[in-house]
Write a protein that binds this ligand. Structure first.
Ligand SMILES: [Zn+2]
Length: 264
């Protein structure tokens, strides 16, 4: 699908399901985020169904410049192999990059070795590093607290900066690592549920209050979140924090140009 304005920044939510039960039942779709940033297309966290959700929306994998995995968990990486195959036109066109933490690539790689040769290259994500893809740069400021090696990202395009806070337990220093006009947060839980290493609504409220983005988008909902109606929670958080909070919907398309008109 050709974007009318190649310099515009767009995020498409291929799915909004998070963690085991919401994903295995496909009560909500899963599949990650499709980013079109200053004309560079990037796929983030291709969970189960990414190939279905993306082709259904006529998104062209051969236009992707990179696939990024925040971590190796199935709901973030299940479709990485098929998406590499699609990005490289079945391996006929060596093309694109894969970014992933070391533990997604080392002892038990999430990607088949024969598919790796289809790529231009693989880059290992590390704490405190920055990377560039086409017209976009992104940083992985801090290692999250999650059962496997996990990073969130701070993206910078020609016109915008936004953060993606991937799966993590809440910890001091999480907020300070992120910023930008837009915050996308994976919020699996309604209430904290130790020892589960996922964010819950009260913690997300704290993060939004501290970072004060122009807009915050909640996604990656677990069952407790879904039952509590994420759009109602988003409404309540908007009132409580003074920040515009949106609950993502399957297939939702967010234009970052919307941020240019809203007040900070
Ligand atoms: Zn996870």
């Amino acid at each position: 699908m050709e974007d009318k304005n190649p310099s515009s920044d767009t995020i498409i939510f291929l799915g909004t399901a998070g963690a085991r039960f919401a994903v295995t039942t496909q009560l909500l779709a899963s599949g990650g985020l499709w980013l079109n940033l200053s004309g560079t297309e990037i796929l983030l966290d291709p969970g189960p169904g990414c190939i279905v959700q993306s082709t259904k929306r006529k998104l062209r994998a051969d236009k992707l410049s990179a696939i990024i995995l925040s971590h190796r968990h199935l709901d973030h990486s299940a479709d990485v192999n098929i998406m590499v195959e699609a990005m490289t036109q079945g391996g006929y066109k060596q093309h694109g990059w894969l970014f992933a933490p070391a533990d997604a690539l080392d002892t038990e790689p999430v990607i088949f070795s024969y598919l790796k040769s289809y790529l231009e290259g693989v880059e290992v994500l590390k704490e405190g590093k920055s990377y560039s893809i086409g017209n976009v740069s992104f940083a992985t400021p801090i290692r999250h607290i999650h059962p496997v090696e996990t990073y969130g990202m701070l993206f910078t395009t020609a016109e915008h900066a936004f953060s993606y806070i991937a799966d993590t337990r809440y910890f001091d220093g999480l907020c300070h690592s992120y910023g930008g006009e837009l915050l996308i947060i994976n919020v699996v839980l309604l209430e904290p549920k130790p020892p589960i290493d996922h964010l819950s609504v009260p913690e997300v409220k704290r993060i939004i209050t501290e970072l004060k983005p122009k807009v915050a988008i909640l996604t990656h909902f677990g069952m407790t979140m879904w039952r509590a109606k994420p759009w109602e929670i988003a409404q309540r958080l908007s009132e409580e924090t003074g920040v515009k909070v949106i609950a993502a919907r399957d297939g939702m398309r967010f234009e970052l140009s919307q941020l240019d008109n809203s007040q900070g």
